[in-house]
Design a protein around this ligand. Sequence first.
Ligand code: SF4
Ligand code: SF4
Length: 218
Amino acid sequence: MFGFLKQVGDYTRDAVDAARNLTQGLAVTFDHMKRRPVTVQYPYEKLIPSERYRGRIHYEFDKCIACEVCVRVCPINLPVVDWVMNKATKKKELRNYSIDFGVCIFCGNCVEYCPTNCLSMTEEYELAAFDRHSLNYDNVALGRLPTSVTTDPSVLPLREFAYLPAGEIDPHVVDPDRPRAGKRPDQLLAAMKSAAAVSTLDAGESTTVSTDRKESAE
Ligand code: SF4
Ligand code: SF4
């Protein structure tokens, strides 16, 4: 008899617990429905890529010396450097340079090791094409100025989490003019210099005061 009553009691307690947990879960869910969605509404809103974002590679034909370092450091020896040796001047003459972005893994090794800085990474990430052969960029296509999220009038640029002011987590509600968290090295240096100047001034004043006191005592 007592065993049966204990079973009924346990069952009732479990049922009440389950109902309470369910209600708590639903309360959390309905509470979330009141919050602003964190969704970035691409393509009308776009996140601004970070300052070291590795997007489409930009190339400057005039600076290239055809050393082929970019080819040697590339994990798949991808850049194609087409040059001929001018026997009269004993110099390499560059004819064409191309990178196939259908194969590139955007590791940035070529940019890192180029001795003349003629390669750079851009923030361009929209490279979709219907034909993969059109992803093989020659030196003209590589030299095109990159698109930018911040200069596109049809797009609302939003800052990524690392670029928000301290304590903020949603870029939608942050004033674009508010600076990101922390200080730049030059701001820190200026603050340190002004603090040092103030402390020197204070020390000078206290020396003057003590000298005055000595003089008056004499
Ligand atoms: S490393 Fe730079 S300079 Fe050398 S071939 Fe490549 S792009 Fe040209
Ligand atoms: S980004 Fe990497 S994979 Fe692409 S061309 Fe440069 S070194 Fe090669």
